[in-house]
Ligand binder design. Structure first.
Ligand SMILES: [Zn+2]
Ligand SMILES: [Zn+2]
Length: 266
């Protein structure tokens, strides 16, 4: 609540009042006794009732049940609009959570963490957990990737994305093949994905694992598969082409920069 003291003629006070009603609805206008305003007078202005009181400094009081409610509505609709605009201008950065399963070695997790941090610093590693029972596919001694990401998704709050890391074999249904071994799977867009070291080459497993992880995270951000052979978002097509992948391509980088990813070059 603020107060404006004015020494002015009646018309000036009235137009000032009108301006204040629209811009600073909680302001009280006090009229100094030098003003040319008749004490005890009442007048109306655009449906407003304004009273002048017989004080040394006369208070312009507004009887505004109708008026204030319309100003309030106006203010509400404005703030709604502003919120909408803010949302479009600055998208808040999501936090990526790395969720290791108990089978994976900590240094494999660390390498993924270090790699992703370089391009997406808003990252946290969680304590390792067991696989939920329903994810195990006994017939093949595998874990179902679709069940894993469903589980991770259910445990991920808005504003977060979780990536599960495992050394176990994971699988999903691919076309007519009910249980097809894969390296990773992610919702597009979504809050969860999973990556496995099981199908990677032994020589450069750490580097390949990072590429699988960042590919699946790319899906969660909304990226589809990319036709560029060097791009992390290339479709594996049932093989392991990660040695040919060197980076995200320009197009995929531009997409991710809009999602708060940081690249030193494009
Ligand atoms: Zn993919
Ligand atoms: Zn690409």
């Amino acid at each position: 609540m603020s107060t404006i003291i004015v020494a002015a003629g009646r018309q000036t006070v009235l137009s000032l009042q009108k301006t204040v009603m629209y811009t600073l609805p909680k302001t009280i206008i006090k009229v100094s006794k030098n003003s040319n305003v008749t004490a005890g007078n009442e007048t109306s202005y655009h449906g407003l009732r304004i009273s002048y009181f017989k004080n040394d400094i006369r208070t312009l009081k507004i009887n505004t049940l109708f008026y204030l409610s319309s100003v309030f509505l106006l203010a509400l609709s404005c703030s709604e609009k502003n919120k909408h605009v803010e949302k479009e201008v600055e998208k808040p950065a999501v936090t990526i959570l790395i969720q290791p399963f108990k089978d994976i070695k900590p240094d494999a997790v660390e390498k993924v963490d270090e790699g992703i941090k370089k391009v997406y610093p808003n990252l946290k590693v969680l304590t390792a957990i067991d696989f939920p029972e329903n994810t195990y596919y006994k017939a093949r001694n595998r874990y179902r990737a679709d069940s894993i990401i469903k589980f991770l998704n259910n445990n991920t709050k808005v504003g977060f994305v979780t990536i599960g890391l495992t050394s176990k074999d994971i699988s999903a249904t691919k076309g007519k093949i009910k249980d097809f071994g894969i390296m990773g799977l992610g919702y597009r867009p979504g809050k969860a994905c999973v990556a496995s070291t099981f199908r990677l080459s032994k020589e450069n497993a750490a580097e390949q694992f990072y590429k699988i992880a960042i590919h699946e995270l790319g899906h969660t951000q909304g990226l589809p598969h990319c036709p560029e052979k060097m791009c992390f978002m290339r479709d594996a097509e049932g093989k392991n082409p990660t040695n040919e992948e060197t980076d995200f391509c320009k197009k995929c980088k531009t997409f991710l920069i809009n999602k708060n990813w940081k690249f030193s070059s494009i």
